[in-house]
Design a protein around this ligand. Structure first.
Ligand SMILES: [Zn+2]
Length: 466
C-alpha cells in the first residue's frame, strides 16, 4: 500500500490512482537560462524516486516535464525581466541558443545523477498555440482582462484561490502589495499574466508570437496548465515541484486549469523541500552556490550527491555541507566495495530473513518515499551475519532499482598501478607489524593524491577530495 503526502489535504493519503494501472505524472521542469543548482537537482532526484516507486508498485507512469524557455520573469509574481530574454541580451545570443545550451546541460546533469529522463519533454515555446487557446478560454469565461500591457487572470474571480498554500486571497494580496506593480492597469496585485504584450516594458522582447491580444509572449504559469492538459488530460494523478512553487506557480496553475474546465487539475500534489548550504540560503554572492559540475570539480562522484539526497526525507530540509557530501561519498564507496569484494562465509540464505528485509524496504519506500529508512535497511543487510553474500547482493541490487545509485555497473574509482603497488607494500608492512614504515607509505600516498582507509570490507583507496 503506497502512501503519499498530499499538499492539498495536508495529510499522508493512501494513493488511489484515477485509472487502475496508468498514472499521469506532471513535474515542473527547469527554466533554462542558467545552470541548475544542487537545490533544484534535489527536487529532480525526489521526483525520480517517486517515478521509480510508482513503477515498483506496478503502475505504468506517463510522465511529463515542461522546459521553461520563455515567460519566466525574475520574480515568480510577474515583475522584473524575462530570465531567458535577459540572458540572451547580456550574452549576445538568441533566446533559442540560450535555451538549447542550458537544456543540454540540464539533461547531462540528470544522466549523471542516474535520473530517468521523463517520457515527455515539452519546451514551452513548442506549445504557444495551446497556451493562447487556454488564455482565450479564460477570457471568454470572464476570468481574464486586458490592459495595454498584458492579459491578466483576475484572482478575485476564482473562489478557491489559495487552497493549495492555505493562504487566503486577502493574505496573498497583502503580500503581493510589496511587489513592484509595473502595470497600473492591474486590478489586484496578485493577478498574474497569461500573456505579455511586446509593449511598454517588453517593447524590445526578443521572443514574440501573434495572438488575439497583439504580438507578445505567454506568462510562465500558463505553459504548465496547457502542457499538462494536452498530454495528461484533466484531472491527472500527481503534480510535483519544489516547495517554492506552492504559493504562486502552482496556485496559479490550479486557478487557470480549474477556471477554464471546471474540474480539478490534479489529485495529488507533492512538493520537495529546500536544500540549504552550511545552514543558510544558497546564493552566488555568499559564494556557497553549487552546481553539479562544482561537485564533480571537487573530485566527487555525482552519485555521492544522489546518496546524500536519499539520506534525508524529501519533505525535510537538507543541509548541504562539504562534510555531509564526504560522508555520503564514503558510504557509497563502502557500499560499492562491499558489493565488489564479496564475503567468504559458507552459510545458506534464510528466506525468512531475506523476506523481512524485502518487506521492510518496500514498506519504507511506500511510506511517502522514506529513503532514509530504506538506506538504513541496506546497511542492516550488509551487517547481517546470518545472510550469505550472494543473497545480500541480490537484495541490494534489487533495491537499487529504486535508489538509483548505479550499483550494478558501479566501479570503484580507477587507481593507478603505482598507487596499488604502494598499497600492497603497506599491507605487507602492516602484516609484519612495521606500523611506522606502513604509516610513512600512507603519507606518501596522500602526497600523491590518494587516501587509504582500512574499512570493515578491506582496504579502500580513494582519490583525495579538495
Ligand atoms: Zn509548472
Amino acid at each position: 500500500m503506497l502512501k503519499l503526502y498530499n499538499t492539498l489535504s495536508r495529510k499522508k493519503e493512501i494513493f488511489k490512482p484515477l485509472k487502475p494501472k496508468n498514472i499521469g505524472l506532471y513535474t515542473c521542469g527547469p527554466t533554462v537560462y542558467n545552470y541548475a543548482h544542487i537545490g533544484n537537482l534535489r527536487t529532480y532526484v525526489f521526483e525520480d524516486v517517486l517515478e521509480r516507486v510508482l513503477s515498483a508498485n506496478g503502475y505504468k507512469v506517463k510522465r511529463v516535464m515542461n522546459i521553461t524557455d520563455v515567460g519566466h520573469l525574475t520574480s515568480d509574481a510577474d515583475s522584473g525581466e524575462d530570465k531567458i530574454d535577459r540572458e540572451a541580451k547580456v550574452s549576445k545570443k538568441t533566446p533559442a541558443e540560450i535555451a538549447q545550451f542550458y537544456t543540454k546541460v540540464f539533461f547531462d546533469d540528470l544522466k549523471k545523477l542516474d535520473i530517468k529522463i521523463p517520457g515527455i519533454i515539452a519546451p514551452a515555446t513548442d506549445y504557444v498555440p495551446d497556451q493562447i487557446k487556454l488564455a482565450e478560454q479564460l477570457f471568454k469565461k470572464g476570468y481574464a482582462y486586458e490592459t495595454p500591457q498584458a492579459l491578466y487572470f483576475d484572482v478575485s474571480k476564482f473562489k478557491n484561490y489559495g487552497r493549495l498554500s492555505g493562504k487566503s486571497l486577502k493574505q496573498k494580496i497583502t503580500a503581493a502589495r510589496k511587489e513592484v506593480v509595473e502595470d497600473p492597469g492591474k486590478r489586484n496585485p496578485a493577478d498574474f499574466a497569461l500573456w505579455f504584450k511586446t509593449a511598454g516594458r517588453f517593447k524590445n522582447h526578443l521572443q514574440r508570437w501573434p495572438s488575439p491580444w497583439g504580438e507578445g509572449f505567454p506568462g510562465w504559469h500558463i505553459e504548465c496548465s496547457a502542457i499538462s492538459r494536452k498530454f495528461l488530460g484533466q484531472p491527472f494523478d500527481i503534480h510535483t515541484g519544489g516547495v517554492d512553487h506552492i504559493g504562486t506557480h502552482h496556485e496559479n496553475e490550479i486557478a487557470q486549469s480549474e477556471a477554464a474546465f471546471g474540474k480539478p487539475l490534479a489529485k495529488y500534489w507533492l512538493h520537495g523541500e529546500h536544500l540549504s548550504v552550511n545552514g543558510g540560503k544558497m546564493s552566488k554572492s555568499l559564494g556557497n552556490f553549487y552546481t553539479l559540475q562544482d561537485i564533480i570539480d571537487k573530485n566527487f562522484d555525482p552519485l555521492a550527491f544522489r546518496y546524500l539526497v536519499l539520506t534525508s526525507h524529501y519533505r525535510s530540509k537538507l543541509n548541504f555541507t562539504m562534510e555531509s557530501l564526504k560522508a555520503a561519498d564514503n558510504a557509497l564507496n563502502n557500499l560499492r566495495n562491499f558489493l565488489s569484494a564479496g564475503e567468504n562465509k559458507k552459510i545458506r540464505a534464510d528466506k525468512k530473513i531475506t523476506g523481512k528485509f524485502e518487506e521492510g524496504f518496500l514498506a519504507a519506500i511506500n511510506d511517502d518515499l522514506n529513503t532514509p529508512r530504506a538506506l538504513a535497511i541496506v546497511w542492516e543487510i550488509i551487517k547481517n551475519r546470518k545472510t550469505p553474500f550472494s543473497a545480500k547482493k541480490r537484495l541490494i541490487l534489487g533495491f537499487d532499482k529504486i535508489l538509483g545509485l548505479s550499483l550494478k555497473t558501479a566501479k570503484t574509482a580507477k587507481i593507478p598501478a603505482k598507487i596499488e603497488e604502494i598499497a600492497k607494500e603497506r599491507e605487507e608492512l602492516r602484516r609484519n607489524k612495521q606500523f611506522i614504515k606502513a604509516d610513512a607509505l600512507r603519507k606518501e600516498m596522500e602526497r600523491l593524491g590518494y587516501v587509504i582507509e582500512d574499512t570493515a570490507y578491506g582496504t579502500q583507496i580513494t582519490p583525495a577530495r579538495h
